[in-house]
Write a protein that binds this ligand. Structure first.
Ligand code: 13P
Ligand code: SF4
Length: 307
């Protein structure tokens, strides 16, 4: 605890000295979230980063989040405290599969990619999406055929919401959400029959079938804060518990997670000491990829359509 307090003090000092702002995703450890000026979901963090008045942005999340922030803010220094924090889903799509679909539906096809993908994957795509805006963004695309990469679960959820579109799925998935099994969800439902089931759309089809509410991290958190229910079964990474606790303080609401706690091992790597080290030594500076302009276009298009 003493060490944590020292890290916190030093991070606050460095933020002032460097005119730096720390952004954190809800899935990083609670101690890291506590250092942040803003905590949010993938879309919130990407959009917010463009509006900040600062010299340096530290992004505590997976590396693709820092890369997206750099693409949207090419002139700013962006620091990534843990460059080894990758997202396995970003490697679950192949260029040849994208090209095959483009050829098959030539003239009427758009490629939508989840924001936490490599810059290269973004260059194959027409628009980026996140869990919170995928339905809104895709509904506005003029094309009827939409290849959704890489996440099949989020893609299937979007397809169900938009029957007017032909959403073509790719076989990628988030290992952390896929690992939430229906048996554990059913056990929680038996133990807490009054609880509302809130699930992230990256969960499997079987798990989403049990859900009363489906949304991004931020949407789930806000739903719980506003709901009249008192008990919630939360089917996403346990990192959201910190913000649920902050927002519902004193309301007596109870949240339950699966017995095998969903933890994203990559997000878990971004400890508070790494945020301090990044700020202290300007470590993990993100450089613009070669194809930056092409990779930026789908991000800008998302900001436009999700506005
Ligand atoms: P959201 O914060 O957009 O819900 O993203 C979930 C996720 O898996 C981020 O890695
Ligand atoms: Fe990737 Fe899933 Fe971790 Fe998000 S929670 S970074 S989608 S592995």
């Amino acid at each position: 605890a003493e060490e944590l307090a020292r890290i916190e003090r030093r991070v606050q000092e460095l933020k002032r000295e460097r005119r730096a702002v720390v952004l954190a995703h809800y899935y990083v450890p609670a101690e890291t979230q506590a250092l942040a000026d803003y905590v949010g979901d993938s879309f919130y963090l990407a959009r917010l980063a463009k509006t900040l008045d600062c010299d340096t942005i530290v992004l505590a999340g997976v590396s693709f989040m820092a890369e997206s922030v750099k693409l949207l803010n090419p002139a700013r220094r962006v620091l990534n405290p843990e460059p080894r924090a990758l997202c396995p889903m970003a490697y679950m799509v192949r260029r040849e599969d994208v090209e095959k679909v483009r050829a098959r539906y030539a003239g009427d096809v758009a490629v939508a990619c989840y924001i936490n993908s490599t810059a290269e994957i973004k260059t194959w795509s027409d628009v980026c999406v996140t869990s919170s805006n995928a339905v809104k963004v895709i509904s506005q695309l003029p094309e009827r055929n939409v290849l959704f990469i890489p996440d099949m679960n989020l893609g299937r959820y979007v397809a169900e919401q938009l029957p007017q579109k032909n959403v073509i799925l790719n076989r990628g998935y988030c290992p952390t959400h896929q690992r939430i099994i229906p048996q554990e969800v059913e056990r929680l439902e038996l133990e807490h029959p009054e609880a509302e089931v809130c699930a992230h759309p990256e969960c499997s089809e079987e798990v989403l079938r049990e859900a009363d509410y489906i949304g991004s991290t931020k949407q789930i958190i806000e739903h719980i804060a506003q709901s009249d229910a008192h008990e919630f079964i939360v089917l996403t990474v346990v990192g959201v518990a910190a913000e649920i606790g902050r927002l519902t303080a004193g309301q007596g609401k109870r949240v339950y997670f699966p017995a095998t706690p969903p933890i994203c091992p990559n997000m878990a790597m971004v400890g508070p000491e790494k945020v301090l080290a990044a700020l202290e030594g300007n470590l993990g500076e993100v450089s613009l990829p070669d194809n930056a302009e092409r990779a930026m276009a789908p991000l800008e298009r998302m900001l436009e359509l999700a506005a």
